[in-house]
Design a protein around this ligand. Structure first.
Ligand code: ADP
Ligand code: MG
Length: 703
């Protein structure tokens, strides 16, 4: 495939970009070539033909355009703290404009007088409307170069703005490139028959229109084409690697169901498996019986009983003469798994061990020795399991819990040193919407446990505002009198561990005043404690010696206490939806009705409110995950990261499901006909895949 020279041109060769700017573009946006700039897509478009009146302005509005005269121009503060304030007046009223940076330049501009056009996002500050750092231009300039009806707005970073590479500057660069692009021939990598059949505009047209659309319709068609390409490439890549792995990779054959499995199932299992558990175990038995390596993802809501499924799969491995391991993302979770597994194993005469970062070196040595000699049937642990010094004996099955915190590389390292790769079972408690699963785990087979063990009562969830604190305390006391236990969770704000600790400790002190000893006993657990202390505190709660557990989110994946029926989440607006759902899953594990209270400040924003109301409305993890994806739209940093994980720049996993489905079915159809993409018409597709492979998948950001 010929390189498309023009698109690969280094960005510093674009007029208006010198070495210094090229460096900022590279560092801040990863823009190195012309094609990178073209793929720095707008996150929004504004109608520049529309002017608002000051009277119409409200703080809910996105960026808007106003026209008026400047009255009152003044500088406040000194030097670094200096800010420039101005009033923009139109016939209907006036609004304050404020700048913290670049003030002298703006002051000069504004001092010239006359009419100005101002563009920015109105906000409310101390009960007054203002616009901070609006874009600004003299009305006369505006008329001279009338902007296109739909003007692109580009995502920017603080640093690039400080270096004068704001949305407008980017727009100017796009304009320069646009003019050059118009004269270039850009080959289309999609086969012509496909573009025709799907009625797609060609690549060049799409790249031109997405930045400078003539009208809404041109924009829609451009976006559709670009989104399709992103999903399609990804699907081709995933499906191809799945096919080639299924062909190539041999695995151990677990040919029989043996005594361990049968004895455990018939005699030791304290309850009946749910239908969904049985179904997934059956799928695993089928996979592991084929002689091909299994790569299966098991999704299931918190509390659906994944651990047991994993354990029974391990028994299957051991029955067939192999060993098994289970890797968890945190020390606490690894310990809990180890305890569960050991309890099951004791009766069966199986040997287990746990290996984590804190295992003392003497113990570690002993464990490794027994492990390589095949004396340990099941090894549980954290990342410590993938270190080179850990040598398994006939490792037949690797279970990975909470997949999303491990990278695909780490997954691979678990078996890269094995002569024959073990079967891999990945378990995730974060329900992933189908679209995301397809995109992130398109190379894995997916099982879903969509049923909770019987007798679980759904957790009642309430959104409670700070002003009702007294009632909440009353409720907690009642529950404790009835013999129940309570979690109180504080948010963890990662920028400042110190602050988290302070929040937690203040909360803890207040709590001890409201719930004084000896009537009430309280445990506290947080990330700063030594693992041993944390363990001891948890243990007290698990054994019922304390009734209240105050914690940061370390308990998220930590404890299983059926007697705990109340979950209070402080500053709930600060948590993401999936995190809230995980936390709520800590209660409702016993036979008693449970309650989750989401404590929120009185002035939370619209999106936070919608998030919390979603929690109140439903217990369904999949619905919550879908909402999460939808709420985190493009444009906001959080949301784009979610898409950025798989290198999506314009397609949105939450909103573009239909396009994803189309891409998936198209990719399947093409690979069915031409698995190696070796037909001449598919040469361009090979090129698309190669380009996609160069973009690293940022797994650590999956959340
Ligand atoms: P998760 O899927 O969140 O990892 P666990 O495996 O921790 O869930 O299971 C949650 C709880 O449910 C555990 O206490 C477990 O013993 C129990 N459990 C699992 N399967 C069943 C079942 N079929 N019937 C009753 N209880 C079950
Ligand atoms: Mg679990």
């Amino acid at each position: 495939m010929p390189q498309t020279g023009f698109l690969d041109t280094k960005i510093e060769f674009l007029k208006g970009v010198g070495p210094a700017r090229a460096q900022v573009l590279g560092e801040e946006y990863g823009i190195v070539t012309f094609s990178d700039l073209l793929e720095h897509y707008p996150f929004r478009y504004v109608d520049r033909t529309r002017f608002y009146k000051v009277r119409e302005v409200s703080p809910q509005m996105p960026s808007i355009q106003l026209k008026g005269r400047i009255t009152g121009l003044r500088t406040m503060g000194k030097q670094r703290a200096a800010r420039l304030m101005a009033r923009l007046e139109d016939p209907t009223g006036s609004i304050e404009l404020i700048w913290f940076r670049g003030t002298s330049y703006i002051k000069d501009l504004l001092s010239k007088g006359g009419e100005f056009i101002v563009f920015g996002k109105p906000t409310l500050f101390q009960d007054k409307l203002n616009i901070a750092h609006p874009e600004l231009e003299a009305a006369t300039d505006h008329q001279a170069v009338a902007p296109p009806p739909l003007q692109a707005l580009y995502p920017t970073t603080e640093k690039s703005k400080a270096k004068k590479l704001d949305s407008r500057a980017l727009l100017r660069l796009q304009k320069t490139l646009h003019a050059r692009l118009a004269n270039e021939f850009i080959p289309d990598l999609l086969p012509a028959y496909l573009a025709r059949e799907l009625k797609l505009v060609n690549t060049k047209q799409a790249l031109m229109d997405v930045h400078f659309p003539r009208d809404e319709q041109a924009l829609m068609r451009a976006k559709f084409r670009l989104k399709f390409d992103e999903f399609f490439t990804l699907q081709l890549r995933m499906l191809q690697s799945k096919v080639s792995r299924a062909e190539k990779i041999q695995g151990y054959r677990f040919s029989m169901v043996g005594d361990l499995f049968n004895i455990f199932y018939k005699e030791k299992l304290p309850f009946e498996l749910t239908g969904a558990q049985k179904k997934v175990i059956r799928e695993i038995r089928q996979d592991t019986g084929t002689g091909k390596q299994m790569n299966r993802l098991v999704q299931g809501d918190v509390g659906c009983g994944k651990t047991l499924v994993a354990f029974m799969s391990m028994l299957l491995a051991i029955d067939n003469g192999y060993t098994a391991c289970m890797m968890a993302p945190t020390e606490i979770l690894a310990r809990q798994h180890n305890q569960t597994i050991r309890r099951f194993c004791n009766d069966l005469g199986l040997e287990t061990a746990i290996l984590t970062g804190t295992t003392p070196s003497r113990d570690r040595k002993a464990i490794l020795k027994r492990l390589s000699a095949g004396e340990i049937h099941i090894l549980t642990g954290t990342h410590a399991l993938i270190e080179d010094s850990v040598v398994f004996h006939k490792l037949g099955l690797s279970v990975i819990d909470e997949q999303h915190r491990f990278g695909v590389e780490q997954r691979a390292r678990l078996w890269s040193r094995q002569p024959v790769p073990p079967h891999v079972l990945v378990m995730t408690a974060t329900p992933i919407p189908r679209t995301l699963a397809m995109t992130l785990y398109g190379d894995l087979d997916v099982s879903v446990i969509d049923e909770l063990p019987p007798g679980r009562k759904p957790v009642t969830t309430k959104l409670v505002f700070e002003s009702r604190r007294l009632q909440v305390n009353g409720f907690i006391k009642k529950q404790i009198q009835a013999g129940r236990q309570v979690y109180i969770v504080y948010p963890l704000i990662s920028e400042s561990e110190k602050l988290d600790y302070k929040n937690l400790m203040e909360g803890y002190d207040a709590l001890c005043r409201d719930f004084p000893a000896p009537g009430y006993r309280t445990s506290v657990v947080h990330g700063r404690m030594k693992p041993a202390d944390r363990e001891a505190e948890m243990k007290r709660f698990v054994e019922g010696k304390t009734q209240i557990m105050v914690a940061t989110t370390v308990i998220e994946v930590g404890v299983d206490v059926p007697n705990a029926t109340v979950m209070i989440i402080e500053s709930a607006e600060r948590f993401g939806l999936s995190q809230l759902h995980q936390l709520r899953g800590r209660v409702g594990r016993g036979a008693d009705a449970s309650t989750c209270m989401l404590m929120a400040g009185d002035d939370i924003g619209r999106e936070a409110r919608e998030r919390l109301q979603t929690m109140v409305r439903t217990n369904d993890g999949f619905e919550i995950a879908e909402t999460d994806l939808r709420l985190r739209g493009p444009g906001d940093i959080q949301g784009t990261q979610q898409s950025g994980i798989v290198g999506l720049k314009i397609a949105d996993l939450g909103k573009d499901k239909a396009i994803l489905e189309l891409a998936r079915s198209t990719a399947t159809r093409i690979l069915d006909k031409d698995p190696g993409l070796s037909l001449k018409v598919h040469a361009g597709l090979q090129h698309m895949i190669r380009r996609n492979q160069e973009a690293p998948v940022r797994w650590e950001q999956v959340s």
